[in-house]
Design a protein around this ligand. Structure first.
Ligand code: CP
Ligand code: NVA
Length: 310
């Protein structure tokens, strides 16, 4: 049996593969908007395992699989044996014998890596403490829809150097753009944890205004990610000066976009004026999770498709 292809972090795919996925996403999205059925995954089953909460990821994977002609099963730690100490390796052997593709949202990246090693079917990272590749796939597709290629552009990341930030940094290496990161002291990017090959594609700025200056896209995320709730009070104090506001958007390039993976906290990491303002594309960004993940699942299960396959 051939080893399945997984999508565990952004740099699992090459630039050529992303070019294909972005053009395929466009095709899939346009068809969907015309209410034309597209069922390449008829009879296939997606298992979704959630060890953390979700709205968008669950909805977009479940709806996406149904729209591709397959079905999706939701498992969470609370009501499955996963929460009662069944080894990940055993769960992977069993779950992958009963399904065609698996999506997992969990804590450490090592958990999903162990699962993938023992899985007979492709495994997709639906968010770990370290990475959130499906999110950045959607974000970059959204950027392309609004502004064209992201190659050579500058993305400003303001806030925590978390899973979403790490994935932006990997994407910059794969797709050839720059990320200007501003975090409070003590929360800086750790290149090794981010899975970077080098440091050429990102620069650190102590001052968030300087990170935003001249940026084509300004983006942020919650100050306290899932799994880090015990640090919440301390983080509220430490991040107080790292709120994306209108002054930061003003020093970015004219036409700069604002993105946030959501859920957002207005008045914390972003002001209401920015997230609800004219430069914000957060709803397109959320919707595009559906379309990019359909292209991703199709690619992992069938490979490249030239033209129609309905
Ligand atoms: N952005 C994102 O992954 O949202 P959920 O946590 O709602 O899935
Ligand atoms: N960084 C956030 C993203 C949520 C989609 C978290 O991990 O909680």
């Amino acid at each position: 049996m051939n080893a399945p292809r997984h999508y565990l972090q952004f740099n699992d795919f090459s630039r050529d593969e992303y070019d294909y996925l972005f053009s395929r996403t466009r095709w899939i999205k346009e068809r969907f908007k015309r209410y034309e059925p597209h069922h390449p995954l008829f009879d296939r089953t997606l298992v979704m395992i959630f060890e953390k909460a979700s709205t968008r990821t669950r909805l977009s994977f479940e709806a996406g699989m149904q729209q591709l002609g397959g079905s999706a099963i939701y498992l969470n730690t609370r009501d499955s044996q996963l929460g009662r100490g069944e080894p990940v390796e055993d769960a992977a052997q069993v779950i992958s014998r009963m399904s065609d593709i698996v999506m997992i949202r969990t804590f450490e990246q090592s958990i999903i890596e162990r699962f993938a090693e023992y899985s007979r079917v492709p495994v997709i990272n639906g968010l770990t403490n370290e990475y959130h590749p499906c999110q950045i796939l959607a974000d970059i597709y959204t950027f392309i829809e609004h502004r064209g290629s992201i190659k050579g552009k500058t993305v400003a990341w303001v806030g925590d150097s978390n899973n979403v930030c790490n994935t932006w940094l990997q994407a910059a290496e794969v797709l050839g753009f720059h990320v200007h990161v501003s975090t409070p002291p003590g929360y800086e990017v750790e290149p090794e944890r981010a899975g970077l090959y080098g440091t050429d594609h990102f620069a650190h700025f102590d001052d968030p205004m300087e990170a935003c200056r001249g940026a084509d896209l300004v983006t942020t995320d919650v100050w306290t990610s899932m799994g880090f709730e015990a640090e919440n009070e301390e983080r509220m104090r430490d991040f107080a000066d790292w709120q994306v506001d209108e002054d930061m958007m003003k020093v970015a390039n004219p036409g700069a976009l604002f993105m946030h993976c959501l859920p957002a906290h207005r008045g914390e990491e972003v002001s209401a004026e920015v997230i609800d303002g004219p430069q914000s594309v957060v709803w397109d960004e959320a919707e595009n999770r559906l379309h990019v993940q359909k292209a991703l699942m199709e690619y992992l299960l069938i490979g490249k498709i030239e033209g129609d396959c309905a």
